[in-house]
Design a protein. Structure first.
Length: 502
């Protein structure tokens, strides 16, 4: 089953249905370009052009375009923007931008299409400048009253559209998705935002350090604290996100997944908060040194030559070097180093880099090694488009217990992930398929397994069916109340779990 052909996943920002998201991305790019570039800069002018192209498409359907924020969510044309890990960073950044400026929303009118590009760039700059004003909301409102900006207005708190979306948010739990309480929904959305934000903060650090600029870790640290809070409250949501992967930008999503998996494992074994912080940061930066490995080696589809493999193996040391260059206290750097240095060393001290003194691997090194291998072998890669099914990955790892991995930590990890990790495709005896959606109840085999059933549509895309509870696995037979015939990686079915589980 793992050998079924898989078509590339379409870029959600390019697809027809994602016009709203493309608008948000275009606005985000416009603001970012205005932050960096002068008015006549080519990049800024291109951002203005792109923004106009997208907004023109929106005006074809409606005569005004309103972007609102209410209760920590963004709405475009009264529709809540979907939280997906690959755009959550942008949603998070925009929410923060609105919040800092005490802005309820922005409304654009078709006259923008006739506005000089310089005025659109000035509008973006005005939005940026509002941040430093004493009363940003009032200041911005007054500035946007300038006739140059007749095509845009700041949404007032009394606006009817705003009241409309706020009322939607206030609906009772009965209006929530079947089998999912609104509290669960909120937790999920917060987790997706944090996940996306962690990916973007890591991307920013990666971008800075590869341009040999000094980078701080404040943003990343803020995300780590949020992750720890979430995991302390309920680790299942964040843990699920690490296995429901969006396939783009492997380098950074891999690092965030490894950080989440390490954090959850650390929490399971009772590490105190301060240790969880260091562990998660170490895991986040474990592959930072990959920016120093030539791209042709990093992304090579075929087998690496001996020389290329030697270079690839240097990335643990490169990570240490890069961490030493980060802008943070020497003590913090020292604490973060060991995990990345050791993450490819095995429990029996084989692996790399070779060290003259045979010292047992540190606890963080052992944790990160487990998280790293699990995420790496369950991810479809350039050279391996069909990833191994997540449950089979756990079986393969189990064979390395005591040799490759710390056997006790591995056992805790397998119990934590569950027999079938979230996002695994299951085939049932009657031919139906479903996606492992969540576990509920206590750790281990006693937890209930929930499956999101999928029905193939005539267009070839699967539709969301019922959410069913398979109960806990039988303690002796390890079987569930519905016989599972097979399991597979979602890529083998060209299924993107995020489409069904988020
Ligand atoms: Fe690595
Ligand atoms: Fe890694």
């Amino acid at each position: 089953m793992e050998n079924k052909p898989s078509a590339p996943t379409p870029d959600p920002l390019q697809s027809e249905t994602a016009l709203e998201l493309r608008f948000l991305l275009a606005l985000h790019m416009l603001i970012n370009s205005a932050r960096i570039h002068q008015d006549n800069n080519r990049i800024l002018l291109t951002s203005v052009e792109q923004f106009l192209v997208i907004i023109h498409q929106l005006f074809e359907e409606e005569d005004e375009v309103t972007l609102l924020t209410s209760a920590g969510r963004l709405y475009l044309r009264q529709e809540k923007l979907v939280y997906r890990p690959n755009i959550a960073g942008i949603i998070g950044t925009m929410l923060e931008l609105f919040e800092q400026r005490k802005l309820n929303g922005l409304r654009f009118f078709p006259a923008i299409e006739q506005a000089p590009p310089g005025d659109i760039a000035s509008f973006a700059r005005t939005l940026i400048r509002a941040e430093n004003q004493e009363k940003p909301g009032e200041w911005l409102e007054a500035e946007l009253n300038d006739p140059r900006f007749a095509w845009v207005e700041a949404v007032q708190a009394s606006d009817e559209d705003l009241k409309g979306v706020a009322a939607e948010e206030g609906k009772p739990e009965g209006a929530a998705e079947e089998g999912v309480s609104s509290k669960e929904r909120n937790r999920k959305e917060n987790a997706i935002l944090t996940y996306g934000y962690a990916v973007t903060s890591l991307q920013e650090i990666g971008g800075k350090v590869s341009a040999n600029r000094k980078s701080g870790i404040k943003k990343a640290l803020r995300m780590v604290h949020k992750m720890i809070d979430m995991v302390t409250e309920d680790s299942n949501v964040l843990l699920g996100l690490s296995t429901i992967r969006d396939y783009d930008d492997y380098t950074y999503t891999h690092s965030v997944n490894v950080a989440i998996l390490s954090l959850c494992l650390g929490q399971r074994i009772g590490l105190p908060r301060k240790s969880l912080e260091t562990l998660t940061l170490s895991a986040l930066f474990h592959d930072l040194g990959k920016i120093d490995v030539p791209k042709n080696i990093l992304n090579k589809p075929g087998k690496l030559s001996d020389m290329e493999f030697r270079e690839m193996k240097n990335h643990s040391l490169y990570s240490v070097r890069r961490i030493l260059l980060l802008k943070t206290s020497p003590q913090k750097k020292a604490e973060m180093l060991l995990g990345p240095f050791e993450h490819h060393l095995k429990y029996d001290l084989s692996g790399y880099p070779k060290t003259p003194r045979k010292k047992p691997i540190s606890l963080f090194g052992r944790i990160i090694a487990i998280a790293d291998v699990f995420d790496a072998i369950t991810a479809p890669r350039v050279y391996r488009p069909f990833a191994i099914s997540p449950d089979r990955s756990l079986c393969i790892m189990q064979e390395g217990a005591g040799k490759d991995f710390d056997p006790v930590l591995l056992k805790v990890f397998i119990n934590m992930i569950g027999v079938y990790p979230i996002g695994t495709v299951l085939t049932f005896a009657d031919g139906e398929i479903g996606l492992v959606a969540k576990y509920s109840g206590e750790d281990g085999a006693g937890r209930d397994l929930w499956v999101q059933m999928l029905t193939p549509s005539p267009e070839g895309k699967c539709l969301k069916g019922e959410l069913i509870n398979l109960g806990p696995a039988d303690s002796t037979t390890k079987k569930f109340n519905q016989p599972i015939l097979n399991s597979a990686h979602p890529a083998a079915y060209n299924i993107q779990p995020a489409d069904y589980l988020l």
